[in-house]
Every structure is written in C-alpha cells, then in structure tokens.
Design a protein around this ligand. Structure first.
Ligand code: DGY
Length: 368
C-alpha cells in the first residue's frame, strides 16, 4: 500500500502496522509512505497451479528490495536482521533513520547503524503494562492449568465435576521472583503486589512485602513463580540453563515474556519431562531466533553487548518436544498485543523516523 505517492521523503514500513495515526503523522510531513506485504509465489503440485502466500518473516534480501535505490527511512520489525548489509544499503539509498517497532533491539547492530550514519529508534513505554499483564496472565494460567483445562473441554472430555480434576497451585501466599526488574519487570512486580496486597489486607492477613535479592540464584531457589524480563544480549543468552533449572523448586512456575533465547529451550523441555509439577508460561521461543547463527557484536562506543539473532520462515517455532508438554502454556509472542499498545508502538515508530529526518524533537514531546 502507498499513501501520499507524491510525497518528498520515501518512508518504508516492512509490515503494515495497526491504526492510521502513524500514516497521518508521516504523510503530513510530506512523506510518501509504503507499507509492504511480501508475497511468495510457489507452484502447488496438488492443484497444478501457481499460488501466492503472504510472507511473515522477511529475509535480508527481501528488505533490500524494499529499500531499493531511494529510501529516507525504514520502520522495521523485531524479526528482521538489521546489520551491516541493510544499514549500508539504507545509506546508499540516502536513508538516515531506522525505527524498530519494538522495545527490544537485539535484532539491530547499532554499531553498523552508527558506521553508516543511520539513527536507530525503538518504542519503549507504550508496551510496559501490556507486557506485564501478559506475564501475569501466564503466571495465573500456568498455576491454574488453564490451557490444559481448555483443551480438555474442547475435546469433549468433561464428564462432570471431580475432586481431582485439574488441581493446580494457589498463588496467594507464594513468593514471586522477577529477573530483570526494569520497566516491564517492575510493572509485573507492582501488579502482583497490588493484586495480592489488597486482597490480603482486606482479610487482615500479613501484607505483601518485597525485597531485592542478593543473587539470581537466591531468586531461583526461593521463588514459587519466576518471571523473566531481561533484555537479550550475550550476558543473558541461555541465562536459564540446565543447572539453573535444577536449583528451582520442583513445583515452580517459570514465565518468559522477554526473548526466547534467554532460556535454553532444549534443557527446559527435558526439565518439564522429568518434573511434571514444574510449569512454564511462554510467550517467546528460542527456535524463532536461533535458526540463524547467533552473531555477537560488541558495541564499543555505547558499551552495550549486542546479540543479533534472527529467524527463518520455515523453522518450527518451538523446540521439539515442547508442544507435547502439558505443563507448558504457550502463546505466540502476544505480550504487547493490545490495540492501544500496538497503535502506540506504530505511532512512536513513525515519530522516531520523523525526529531523525527533521530533528523535530518538539513534535514528539508535544504528541506524547
Ligand atoms: C518488543 O517490543 O520488544 C516486544 O517483544 C514486542 O511484543
């Protein structure tokens, strides 16, 4: 789709984004806006005809063709590998801005961007509560075996109330641990404290207290529910591995709404197999990212260790064996998927491009 075709500045979004505000913002500033669906053409032996299908994950080559010969700015997605090749192409096309529609930017080589003079933006803030809410939902869903019970109902297996049917854990009175207490992790902690704090207070029970743990191992050992919220970089890659899973309580609940590779998923599958009372709630998966070799970049100037990992369309999204584990609740990376948040992310992504194209910092502050 193209909006304002005669616009002076060409801005490409590698995916159509929700809402229209982001389009209005760009077109009002004389941008020609293009949002692309890529289509794969394949021939179907079954029907002996040519079929087309929308491509979800774009390769570097796909994006090169979107950038073309002239492009001032790109809005891209967390599933794309924004490294040397794309930033040099964007520079050659006259581009100065790349905006990642995500708070996470583990898919962006910021060193390469600076080398080619391309400014990089992300979309923090608007997804804090939405992501925290999903982590809280996964905590409850895992504790109360919601997904398993839902499948049971749909399979027509419910025959009437039974004392032992889908008995799970009560979160009240349990210890909740947060690993990565940044914006989202802290919002998750506040939600849990508020919800249970009010409840306990009303019953005249001990209020909820919280403390900063001395080590991550303390959290893993002590907590009944652990929610992961770190950024993904080379220090957090496989942060939860076989050894760390082993020190967690046998009936613990582990939630991940950050990035898949924070957990060694193969080790997790083995752990779930031998510990049926251990439960997980996962929004993100390792295979999505690790289908390409993990590439580590040290960002020398900013001192940020970057891990650039991307995905390939034809890979399954869960490690073998995970889908069969009844003690796992799995959802397809929907932590930020509320209408308000996704439209907010699209708006921020567009504003980032404008800020870099025109240095209109005042415009950003005014709208937010
Ligand atoms: C992000 O913005 O990094 C989230 O993972 C998207 O849901």
């Amino acid at each position: 789709e193209v909006w304002n075709p005669s616009g002076k500045h060409r801005v490409v979004s590698t995916k159509p984004m929700p809402g229209t505000r982001w389009i209005r913002l760009l077109t009002e500033q004389d941008c020609r806006v293009e949002a692309r669906h890529l289509w794969i053409i394949f021939s179907s032996p079954l029907f002996a005809q040519i079929c087309t299908e929308k491509k979800t994950i774009l390769s570097v080559d796909d994006i090169l063709s979107l950038i073309g010969d002239r492009c001032d700015g790109v809005i891209g997605q967390l599933t794309e590998d924004w490294g040397e090749v794309l930033f040099s192409a964007l520079k050659r096309a006259g581009g100065t801005a790349f905006s990642n529609m995500a708070v996470g930017y583990n898919n962006v080589d910021v060193n390469a961007a600076s080398k080619y003079g391309v400014a990089v933006g992300n979309t923090p803030g608007v997804l804090t509560e939405t992501t925290a809410e999903l982590a809280a939902s996964l905590s409850l869903a895992a504790a109360r075996r919601i997904a398993e019970a839902d499948q049971f109902m749909r399979a027509g297996l419910y025959d009437g109330w039974l004392p032992n049917l889908f008995v799970g854990n009560l979160l009240k009175g349990q210890t909740v641990g947060v690993i990565g207490a940044g914006r989202i992790g802290s919002a998750y902690a506040r939600m849990m404290v508020e919800a249970y704090g009010q409840f306990l207070k009303a019953n005249g029970e001990q209020p909820v207290t919280w403390k900063r743990a001395a080590t991550m191992e303390d959290v893993l050992r002590e907590a009944d529910v652990i929610s992961l919220h770190p950024i993904l970089d080379k220090t957090t890659y496989h942060l939860i591995n076989k050894e760390r899973l082993a020190i967690m309580k046998k009936e613990a609940i582990l939630v991940n709404a950050s990035r898949g590779p924070v957990i060694d998923e193969a080790a997790l599958v083995e752990h779930l197999k031998v510990n049926p009372m251990f439960r997980v709630g996962l929004d993100v998966f390792e295979v999505l990212f690790s289908a390409w070799d993990a590439k580590f970049y040290e960002a020398s100037e900013s001192n940020l260790p970057m891990l650039i990992i991307c995905c390939r369309q034809d890979e399954p999204f869960m490690k073998p064996g995970l889908a069969e584990q009844k003690n796992a609740v799995v959802v397809p990376h929907i932590a930020s998927a509320s209408k308000w948040t996704r439209e907010g992310m699209a708006t921020l992504a567009a504003l980032n491009v404008l800020v870099y194209l025109f240095q209109k910092c005042k415009l950003m502050l005014y709208i937010m």
